[in-house]
Design a protein around this ligand. Structure first.
Ligand code: F0G
Length: 364
């Protein structure tokens, strides 16, 4: 199987129109829906040969680099749908709870659609890049002294009782938009992969991918569906451990979630796809994060590296010559603190500003 080049024309134009227009016939959109888009989607599917070699058995590993969406995460796929539908319903304000990426994306799309955005975040546990985005896009940020699960509980009550639309993944339009990533993978490979490896937090994305793979199978765009392999961070792995985690902890703050709202759906995906869920430790996540950076030139946020860490962990279970797609959900620039603390770079500081000192330091 080879990766096809993306078509250089789209409906006669060279311009990618965003995922709603590209996959319109698969989405609950009517002529009346105003399309709020930042031309999200069409992210690259990149072969990562160092990871393929690490797994061995002539497997082929690709990453779906969804950190290249307009606000740097896969959330934009769902948000273009959720905000367009909110606009269609004349909504004036949206709200979400977030570990950071949903808030950045909700803020950007809400503002583009002329709406107010309220975001609830767990104080002290949102990576700097994500917070910066929500602030710059002009969201009203409410930082609570509690975790994501508590924040989600609150925003659900707010939207139940006030005219504010909830844009977390319980909003069904979010998953509709996110399922297009599965379409793109099949459009690139010409077939479904054998395995999809994906980080799991609130378990919306794994549910959306499964929907997408099944819809493309039904539309005869593929002949099979992948086994869905979900990876949670150790310390924040309620599905793996079959119990709510009261005080979830992990370096991968994006998936620091103890009571996923889509828990039941995720179990159904696991069962239907013959897939499995595992936990990966912070050390395994950072190891994968560094391999991606140092060997492949790919910078993702720690939660995203959980998909690669997970694949490395379960490599014994992967059959020969499998095609595997690992989803990189968010961009590395989202979490600069993690990057600065976790790298193996040689970083010389305090040097004299002279040719001599530079040459000497370089060992030339
Ligand atoms: N990867 C990243 C980078 C995320 O931001 C998230 C979720 C996930 C994976 C997990 O996806 O929840 O659909 O299973 N972030 C949410 C947020 C919770 O608020 O940004 P999921």
């Amino acid at each position: 199987m080879t990766v096809n080049q993306k078509p250089d024309t789209f409906n006669g134009s060279k311009h990618w129109p965003g995922l709603i227009k590209a996959y319109r016939s698969f989405l609950p959109i009517s002529d009346k829906t105003p399309i709020i888009t930042l031309q999200e989607g069409s992210t690259p599917l990149i072969p990562v040969d160092s990871i393929s070699r690490l797994i061995g058995k002539k497997v082929k590993v690709y990453i779906k680099y969804d950190g290249l969406n307009p606000t740097g995460s896969f959330k934009d796929r769902g948000m273009t749908m959720a905000i367009s539908k909110a606009k269609e319903q004349s909504c004036k304000a949206v709200i979400c709870a977030s570990t950071g990426n949903t808030s950045a994306s909700a803020a950007a799309y809400a503002k583009r659609g002329g709406m107010k955005a309220f975001v609830l975040i767990p104080e002290g546990y949102v990576a700097q890049g994500k917070l910066a985005q929500a602030l710059v896009y002009g969201a009203e940020v409410l930082s609570i002294k509690g975790n994501f699960d508590k924040a989600l509980e609150i925003v659900q009550k707010v939207s139940d009782n006030f005219p504010v639309t909830l844009v977390n993944s319980v909003n069904p339009y979010r998953l509709q938009g996110q399922k297009t990533a599965a379409f793109e993978i099949i459009d690139s490979l010409g077939e479904s992969p054998d395995f999809l490896c994906i980080p799991v937090g609130n378990a919306g994305n794994i549910t959306a991918y499964w929907m997408g793979f099944n819809e493309y199978l039904k539309a005869s765009k593929s002949t099979k569906v992948p086994k869905m392999m979900g990876f949670q961070a150790k310390g924040s792995a309620p599905i793996v451990n079959k119990k709510i985690i009261k005080d979830p902890q992990t370096i991968a703050t994006a998936i620091r979630i103890g009571n996923p709202v889509n828990w039941e759906k995720a179990l159904k995906v696991k069962e239907e796809s013959n897939g499995e869920f595992f936990e990966v430790s912070d050390e395994e996540i950072i190891n994968a994060y560094k391999i991606l950076g140092q060997k492949e030139g790919i910078f993702c946020e720690p939660a995203s590296a959980a998909s690669i860490a997970g694949l490395i962990k379960i490599k014994e279970r992967i059959p020969e010559e499998s095609n595997i797609v690992c989803v990189l959900t968010g961009n590395g620039l989202k979490d600069p603190d993690c990057a600065i603390k976790n790298n193996d770079a040689i970083f010389h500081t305090n040097l004299d500003p002279s040719l001599d000192s530079v040459i000497k330091t370089m060992g030339l």
